[in-house]
Design a protein around this ligand. Structure first.
Ligand SMILES: *Cc1c(COP(=O)(O)O)cnc(C)c1O
Length: 219
């Protein structure tokens, strides 16, 4: 388990950036990981987790929430509109709001339940056709639409193009958040969370560096 090493690296990245440790939350991305590994991280006292699949999260977190009532689980994977109801029930935050159709479904659920997960708007920061996320030029209008619908947007999320230097993408996302008066920046994964912290990340999503490689063959 690499939790302690990652905690130490976050601490150092925060110091190097002249920031405060409490400004950065570590989301331990537990998708597809065996229960024993997730349990070890829970036992070590970590309480914030990320999942990519509604069904998988539904299968494992309700039971763990009983044992660890202060646990938080964030949705960081693409969300189908027909799963909006489940998602609002299961998750404390949704990092992947990227279209009006999903926003409408979420708004309806929030209305009826009186409870809203923290919402991050995912931006397709590298304009990659195969990736989810709102195109950067559509962001400002989308954020004001969300505010008009009384949906509480807390920040932006991105996944930079693979193999590229992530720093300019992180900087761009930080500028987009600032000009929309949004404080949250969900960016940085196992390979680049230190650069993300230098660019202002408030939520880093780290999976394999904590839990080990994911074995999709046995998922
Ligand atoms: C899987 C995933 C992560 C974690 O990836 P690692 O490289 O294992 O740290 C982070 N963010 C998103 C959106 C993911 O899908």
């Amino acid at each position: 388990m690499g939790l302690h090493e990652i905690e130490a690296r976050i601490e150092k990245a925060v110091q190097d950036a002249g920031r405060d440790r409490c400004e950065v939350q570590l989301i331990a991305v537990s998708k597809v990981q065996p229960d024993t590994r997730v349990k070890a991280v829970l036992e070590a006292g970590h309480r914030l987790f990320g999942e990519n699949y509604v069904q998988e999260a539904q299968g494992k977190w309700p039971a763990w929430r009983e044992d660890y009532p202060d646990v938080r689980v964030d949705m960081i994977g693409p969300l189908q509109s027909n799963k909006a109801k489940l998602a609002v029930e299961l998750f404390d935050a949704i990092h992947t709001l990227d279209r009006m159709s999903l926003a409408k479904k979420l708004a309806a659920q929030v209305q009826s339940r009186g409870r809203c997960p923290d919402l991050f708007v995912q931006v397709n920061i590298g304009r990659e056709p195969q990736k989810a996320g709102l195109m950067p030029e559509a962001l400002d209008e989308f954020v004001s639409d969300m505010r008009a619908m009384d949906l509480q947007i807390v920040g932006l999320m991105c996944i930079p193009p693979e193999g590229a230097d992530p720093r300019p993408y992180f900087d761009t996302l930080a500028e987009m958040a600032a000009r929309n008066a949004l404080k949250g920046l969900s960016m940085g994964m196992s390979s680049d969370f230190e650069q993300a912290i230098a660019a202002g990340a408030t939520h880093v999503r780290v999976g394999s560096a904590i839990f080990g490689a994911r074995d999709y063959g046995h998922a």
